[in-house]
Design a protein around this ligand. Structure first.
Ligand SMILES: NC(=O)c1ccc[n+]([C@@H]2O[C@H](COP(=O)([O-])OP(=O)(O)OC[C@H]3O[C@@H](n4cnc5c(N)ncnc54)[C@H](O)[C@@H]3O)[C@@H](O)[C@H]2O)c1
Length: 247
């Protein structure tokens, strides 16, 4: 029996980058994978690939900023599969700018997706997990949420905020049988970081004791571990997956 057989796993932002890698890995471990994303083309294509391999996977066009859409999608998942075992709050965006140049729109867009989106998904899905008296919730923070980063006031506010939310929910939901943890990735080669100059990455590699950037699979593996039975006593933790990068 595969590790996640009979488990229903929702992955927000599951169509691309780290989320795609997670969708693929959970799927190969036997999970029913539910992708909540706004990218129809990539979401549908990935579901086609996964189902062609014999997995159960479903794509929902969900903008996590809309509580109504999230609630409707969660209800559909329950109607179709009867339960939600794992929620991975992986969707996230950047709108980088230094403080003095950052517009109110850039601030709000990132807060809406990265913080309010996680609030919407967690509040909705936790209600079903509380009824089931079990569940695993994983929030995707970032190394910059721990150390800060030039030009990312909005993004860092959300990624630090997620660490606080993880710790609150570990207390509130832990007593209901639900584990809530965060993963703090270092710099991972995905489309999100496409706009960052290569010289920056060379500096990052130099400061990383393992001497390389991480891959989406490295982060997906951390999700897999925290969602597994082996992580049953881990709650409120922030797992850095950054090659030991020293800021
Ligand atoms: N790539 C990195 O270096 C890095 C480092 C630290 C943390 N992270 C975090 O990891 C997560 C995944 O990052 P990634 O690099 O794979 O990004 P990515 O941009 O490659 O993928 C993000 C996915 O989220 C989806 N998405 C965006 N807005 C959405 C919305 N409103 N509703 C639903 N889905 C939405 C996108 O369509 C996309 O499929 C993010 O939370 C990011 O902040 C990434």
């Amino acid at each position: 029996m595969k590790r996640f057989e009979n488990k229903v796993v929702i992955i927000t932002g599951g169509a691309q980058g780290i989320g795609k890698s997670a969708s693929t890995k959970f799927s190969s471990e036997g999970a029913t994978v539910i992708i909540w994303d706004v990218n129809d083309q990539k979401g549908n294509q990935l579901v086609e690939e996964l189902t062609a391999k014999g997995s159960i996977a479903k794509y929902f066009k969900i903008d996590v900023t809309s509580l109504e859409s999230v609630q409707a999608a969660a209800k559909s998942v329950i109607d179709l599969f009867g339960k939600i075992d794992v929620l991975i709050n992986n969707a996230g965006i950047t709108r980088d700018s230094s403080l003095m140049k950052m517009t109110a729109e850039q601030w709000k867009e990132v807060i809406d997706v990265n913080l309010t989106g996680v609030f919407n998904c967690t509040k909705t899905v936790a209600a079903f997990m509380i009824d089931a008296k079990k569940g695993k919730i994983i929030n995707t923070s970032s190394i910059v949420g721990l150390y800060g980063n030039f030009g990312q006031t909005n993004y860092v506010a959300t990624k630090s905020g997620l660490i606080g939310m993880t710790k609150v929910w570990a207390r509130e939901l832990g007593r209901k049988g639900i584990n809530v943890n965060a993963v703090a990735p270092g710099f991972i080669a995905t489309e999100m970081v496409d706009t960052i100059p290569e010289t920056f990455f060379n500096g990052i590699k130099e400061r990383t004791p393992l001497g390389k950037l991480g891959s989406p699979e490295d982060i997906a593996n951390a999700y897999l571990f925290l969602a597994s039975d082996e992580a049953a006593f881990i709650n409120g933790a922030v797992l850095s997956v950054d090659g030991g990068l020293v800021q």
